[in-house]
Each structure stands twice: as structure tokens, then as C-alpha cells.
Design a protein around this ligand. Sequence first.
Ligand code: SME
Length: 163
Amino acid sequence: MTVPARATAPALLQIDAILSRLSGRQALGEVCRFLRHSFAHYPWVGVYRVDGTDLVLDAWDGAQATEHTRIPIARGICGQAVREDRSVIVDDVNEDPNYLACFLETRAEIVVPIRLEGRVVGEVDIDGNSVKAFDASDRRFLESVAAKLGDAVERSGAELPVG
Ligand code: SME
């Protein structure tokens, strides 16, 4: 699937609007909701934050919760994006030995690092329900989204732990 070019600028403006009225974990939750409801091929959207040697799930929107609320950076596709400091697209999760399963429906995944002053502080993680759900248009769009989220992730880390 693809993110139509005409959808990109309005979506980024909506995200700016969210970030101007909310901060920290609330802002991240609202961005997850916005992305899920704006793009049919984004059925589960989460934001993980780097916490020492782990990734912690700070916000998400989707039909189901994931059991992977804390993932060692050494593991998973989520960990790979931090280790390699790059966006990772997996066309078919069943073919990737790195993949940590969350949902039965998931067939593809995209993970995009969130940086603050050059450091990876978190990531956007989206699970898709069809093979090859994500392409370069998703990567470009989500990299623009992620570029806006560094402050919200840092603030979220200063808030009380989830749960
Ligand atoms: N599939 C991820 C784990 C997180 S869930 O998709 C929400 C991974 O392999 O790291």
C-alpha cells in the first residue's frame, strides 16, 4: 500500500496541531490514534521509547494490546531499528527470524527511529495486516512524522511509568 503524496502535508499539519496542544505521552497517544484512523493500512500504531538497554511502549492505538511492552534492544524488529539506527520495513514477518510476534493478523511491519539531537530516543512501530503493506512512501512519511516526536518522547520519559 502507499501513502498518497496529497495526504502527506495535511497529515503533518494535523500532527503539528496535536503537538501544539498536548505534550509527552498524551501527545504520543493522540498521534498514534490519528495515524491509525487516517490510514487504513495502519491497524496498530505504537511508540516505543529507549530506556537504557530496552524499548518501552509509551503509547499505542489498535484493536488489541501487545504483550511486548518492554523489548530488549538486542531483540526484535523494534530492536533492530535502534541497533542499526535506520528505518526497517519487513515485507513478510513470517520470513523474518528477528520478528517478535504480537498479533495473529500481522503480516508486515515498519519501524522508524525517532531522534533527538541525532540520538535515537524512540521509534514509531506499525503492524500491517497484509504482506508488503509498507513501501518507500510510508517510510518517507513516517520519517517526517518521527522527526516531530523527539521532544514528546523525551518528556514522556520524564513522566510516571505506565501502569
Ligand atoms: N513485532 C515487534 C514487536 C512489537 S509488536 O509488533 C507491537 C518486533 O519484532 O520487534
